[in-house]
Design a protein around this ligand. Structure first.
Ligand code: BJ8
Length: 382
């Protein structure tokens, strides 16, 4: 099989097409929403007749602009995202071309760093904050989040002038589920030994999930699955690795690149740029506001408490994908994922699965040191 798979070209070529499409939509009066997090349901944005584009920063280039106002010792994802907005709004920089396209940011109340950044964001971009219950397993959480989603729906209706009907919401639920099923199909293929595609390649594809239109993204994933299903993988074998932890926003591929450079074979990612984004489907029957709320409350983000579902899911994925080891990835100063690491480590230890914890920033200053630790881990689990 040729490597990299030919169908990956589709994703590379789709970037400019999508940017041009968003510009056309905007010129025609369509509203574009910028988002930072999985907890903001695309279904509601799309049912209101708007489009959406992800704003999560994965590059260190925009961090200096953020550090002029934010403290230095906060998570690089927050600084990178905020810096891209500051750069675009104050200096017309195109470091992140998405920023200039959005009419409004729909943010979410997750970690403290993001919440406080969202208080400053309105100085640059119109911002709506969706509240989230912090204990999603409590009986009151579902009712509260359903009412928050309805409030968000009213906001979207005011923005676009289009009423969100139950039929439109159900159509978007079916569409989102179709995407999720396709991603399950792709991730099933990675259970093969050896898998037919590199983890770093999957990560780049996943980075397009909330950037491309759902139709465009599904077209690419379908082509990729069809290609991978028809060929015998020729990738070399090596220790099977699961990455678990913070999202790796577009541009941040340092750790997967290091792992693969040291001979590891990444077979699954328990992250928002991996399984967390698509694992659970929404119920297509019943009150669509409630079924959307139910589905999104199942996302096992470390900002939630207690997060037993995530601990169980990591152990389940490790067994399902027959991994030899887990690389637990936290962004620097991300307290939620850094602290939750202890519970994950304990649970994996009970299953006899080795884990390496890496805390990293966006720059390259720790690349060599991470490489040494990854190499030692690979030797240990080989
Ligand atoms: S659902 S992981 S996308 S909040 S890494 S900014 S948590 S300090 S990105 Fe996230 Fe939604 Fe959760 Fe996913 Fe804060 Fe941690 Fe930074 Fe984070």
């Amino acid at each position: 099989m040729p490597h990299p798979p030919k169908s990956l070209d589709y994703f590379r070529d789709s970037y400019d097409i999508r940017i041009a499409h968003l510009e056309e939509e905007r010129a025609a009066g369509k509203k574009i929403v910028g988002t930072f997090c999985l907890y903001v349901p695309d279904e509601i944005i799309l049912a209101a007749g708007a489009d959406r584009v992800v704003l999560c920063g994965g590059s260190s280039d925009t961090i200096p602009a953020a550090e002029r106002s934010l403290p230095r010792n906060i998570c690089p994802l927050i600084k990178s995202s905020f810096g891209a907005v500051v750069d675009a709004c104050c200096r017309g920089s195109l470091a992140c071309p998405h920023v200039g396209l959005v009419d409004v940011v729909v943010a979410e109340a997750t970690c403290d760093g993001k919440k406080k950044m969202y208080e400053i964001l309105p100085a640059y971009l119109s911002t709506y904050v969706l509240d989230l219950p912090q204990k999603p397993g409590s009986p009151e959480a579902l009712a509260y989040f359903t009412s928050e989603l309805r409030k968000f729906g009213s906001f979207m209706e005011g923005l676009t002038g289009r009423i969100i009907t139950d039929d439109a919401l159900r159509r978007e639920i079916r569409s989102a589920n179709e995407t999720r099923r396709l991603l399950h199909r792709l991730f099933e293929l990675r259970m093969r030994d050896p898998p037919p595609i590199r983890g770093s390649e999957v990560l780049r594809v996943m980075g397009k999930q909330f950037f491309l239109s759902p139709k465009q993204f599904r077209e690419g994933i379908t082509r990729l699955c069809e290609e991978l299903e028809q060929v015998t993988p020729t990738l070399r074998k090596g220790p099977r690795i699961m990455i678990s932890g913070c999202p790796m926003a577009s541009g941040n591929t340092k750790v997967p690149d290091i792992i693969e450079g040291k001979g590891g074979v990444i077979v699954v990612e328990e992250s928002c740029t991996g399984t967390r984004s698509f694992w659970d489907l929404a119920d297509e029957e019943g009150d669509p506001w409630k079924t959307i709320a139910e589905r999104y409350l199942k996302i096992p983000c470390a900002c939630m408490t207690p997060n037993d579902e995530r601990i169980a899911r990591i152990a389940g994925l490790a067994k399902r994908y027959q991994v030899n080891g887990v690389v637990y990835y936290s962004l620097q100063f991300c307290h939620a994922y850094n602290i939750e690491r202890l519970r994950v480590q304990q649970s994996l230890k009970e299953e006899g699965i080795p884990m390496l914890a890496i805390e990293s920033e966006y720059g390259d200053s720790d690349r060599e040191q991470i490489g040494v630790r990854v190499e030692a881990f690979m030797e240990m689990i080989s």
